[in-house]
Design a protein around this ligand. Structure first.
Ligand code: URA
Length: 435
């Protein structure tokens, strides 16, 4: 087989066979196919799509590109969660401790920032000392000892996705249902959990612009999971505005800590209760949604989820003082408010523009090896539906310098729209049943 022929086949709109996809993924993983050819193929997939058979074949090839973990010797049932990425999405930081605190071990491999969206691994690494590069042995030990582990994709788990994910981030090849489905599900299948909940986001701050596309992505992933013998369900959640108020790595960790201590934004808490309930139901730890939510609520109120988070942070080398006193987390030297350019009701917030502004401040990457600045980001003061007066702060920009602030002000102002009449905030979510 020749890579040029496979690129041309996809460019011309034909489906690749399982054998071709196995060959492609095996050779890319072995670094026998260069990034430039892989980028051309990924762009052909973005433009031409993939059918259901190809998407499943690609997912399985990527999952099998490395070790497939089996966690059954550690716990009878383990759970996992994945988000398709959105602005201000710190869900894992709250959901993981919540479900682990009610006795469901969560073994989670997370990603770094991708395109305009942040990544859990980058967020956690803003806690001094926190290690996300774990070997399979350590990952397994922490599942057993702590009941919660959040690690970067280790090089032996779905290595094909690790390489392709970083490549797509910098080649404008993120927004594709088959590529996202294969990326997410290959990691989930390789990481070995029995029950998987997918948080599929749509709106201006997500890779899927519309709810219809999000539903299609959710159904594609749920089907792949079932074909591989896992219990999977999905929640469609709105990204018409950022989740919570914080966008940026250390800022989001601070907001997650506040939530774990009972003082979180209601949309973040609500989403986590919903995702967590799906996991408890799939794992047969609760008989209905109301009792699942009550269990999770109790874990939050009692401090059990916070204790679990602290245990996870210390067991992965993180500095306990920095989470107990979040003022010790990295913080930006320049913090400037963005004043509302007019009075009115906030009617829209272009989430992707906020995410790109955070990247421009240094909070995300524009090439694969770039280091990020955990201190920078945005803290929102006005969200959709809020009434503001002229000059009222819409958000605070956290930056390394004044010139960095000035560079992002025009795009931040352009991200907000206003109306003269009251505006209803968008509905948050809808569950797509898995079975
Ligand atoms: N999350 C992933 O893991 N992969 C994608 O492609 C998009 C979001």
């Amino acid at each position: 087989m020749h890579m040029v022929e496979l690129i041309a086949k996809k460019r011309d709109g034909y489906a690749l066979t399982s054998a071709e996809l196995d060959w492609l993924i095996a050779n890319y993983t072995a670094q026998a196919i260069p990034d430039y050819q892989m980028s051309a193929w990924a762009m052909a997939v973005v433009l031409r799509g993939m059918d259901a058979h190809e998407t499943t074949a690609l997912t399985l090839a990527m999952a099998r590109s490395g070790t497939m973990l089996d966690l059954h010797d550690l716990a009878p049932v383990t759970v996992d969660k994945h988000s398709t990425g959105g602005i201000g999405d710190k869900t894992t930081l709250l959901l993981g401790p919540l479900v682990a605190a009610v006795g469901l071990p969560m073994a989670k491999m997370s990603g770094r920032g991708l395109g305009f969206s942040g990544g859990t691994v980058d967020k956690l690494e803003s806690i001094p000392g926190f290690r996300t590069a774990l070997s399979s042995d350590e990952f397994r030990r922490l599942v057993r000892e702590v009941g919660l582990v959040i690690a970067a994709q280790s090089s032996d788990l779905a290595p094909a996705d690790k390489q392709l994910y970083a490549l797509r981030d910098v080649t404008a090849t993120v927004a594709s249902i088959p590529l996202i489905a294969a990326s997410v599900m290959s990691k989930k299948l390789a990481a070995g959990a029995d029950c998987i909940v997918l948080d599929v986001k749509y709106g201006s701050g997500a890779f899927m612009a519309t709810k219809a596309e999000a539903r299609q992505l959710a159904q594609t992933m749920v089907k792949i999971g079932h074909q591989a013998g896992r219990r999977v369900s999905a929640v469609l959640s709105s990204m018409q505005q950022p989740l919570g108020y914080a966008v940026g790595n250390a800022l989001e960790v601070r907001e997650a800590i506040a939530a774990l201590r009972g003082n979180g934004p209601s949309d973040l808490v609500e989403l986590c209760l919903s995702l967590g309930s799906q996991l408890l139901l799939m794992a047969e730890r609760a008989s209905d949604e109301a009792s699942a939510r009550a269990m999770l609520h109790e874990a939050l109120q009692s401090g059990a989820a916070w204790a679990k988070f602290c245990h996870m942070v210390t067991s992965q080398g993180g500095d306990l003082a920095s989470i107990e006193q979040p003022d010790l987390l990295p913080s930006a030297p320049v913090q400037i408010a963005l004043p509302a350019p007019r009075a009115g009701y906030v009617s829209a917030i272009a989430g992707a523009s906020l995410g790109l502004a955070v990247n421009a401040l240094g909070g995300g990457r524009s090439h694969k090896e770039e280091r990020i600045d955990p201190r920078v980001g945005l803290s929102l003061q006005a969200r959709i539906g809020d009434q503001v007066y002229l000059g009222q702060p819409l958000l605070t920009i956290h930056a390394a310098s004044m010139s960095a602030v000035e560079a992002v002000v025009p795009q931040l102002l352009a991200a907000y729209q206003f109306s003269d009449t009251p505006v209803k905030p968008p509905a948050l979510m809808e569950v797509v049943p898995g079975d």
